[in-house]
Design a protein around this ligand. Structure first.
Ligand SMILES: [Zn+2]
Ligand SMILES: [Zn+2]
Length: 116
């Protein structure tokens, strides 16, 4: 009987702690990341807030609301920013063919424009 009461209290404590911690985690939005994107529909180019792990594929453009914004890549060799050609194979720089490429990083002070 006593064991049951202790167990119940422990469960209640766990639920309480969980409900207290959850809003903190949600408000921090650790899953969001800012990428540099280019919209193939309207030509918008700039920071875009996306869910972590979802930066590949088409994103909703903050300017024209079309799902036509793609993550920009940057060449570490010549500094060119480009959208990789679709299809299999390694992403290479269209300017110098270097494969030393990666996601283009927005400036540290850049923030995605608020949705309208
Ligand atoms: Zn657009
Ligand atoms: Zn290059």
């Amino acid at each position: 009987m006593l064991l049951g009461v202790v167990g119940l209290i422990l469960v209640l404590c766990a639920v309480l702690v969980y409900s207290l911690l959850r809003p903190l985690v949600a408000s921090g939005d650790p899953d969001a990341t800012v990428i540099l994107a280019r919209c193939v529909s309207c030509g918008y180019e700039g920071p875009l807030s996306v869910q972590a792990g979802r930066s590949d594929g088409a994103q909703v453009c903050p300017k024209c609301r079309e799902r036509a914004a793609y993550k920009l890549w940057e060449c570490r060799n010549c500094g060119a920013q480009f959208l990789p050609a679709p299809g299999p194979g390694r992403v290479a720089c269209p300017s110098c063919r270097s494969v030393d490429v990666g996601s283009a990083k927005p400036r540290p002070d850049a923030t995605a424009p608020p949705p309208k």
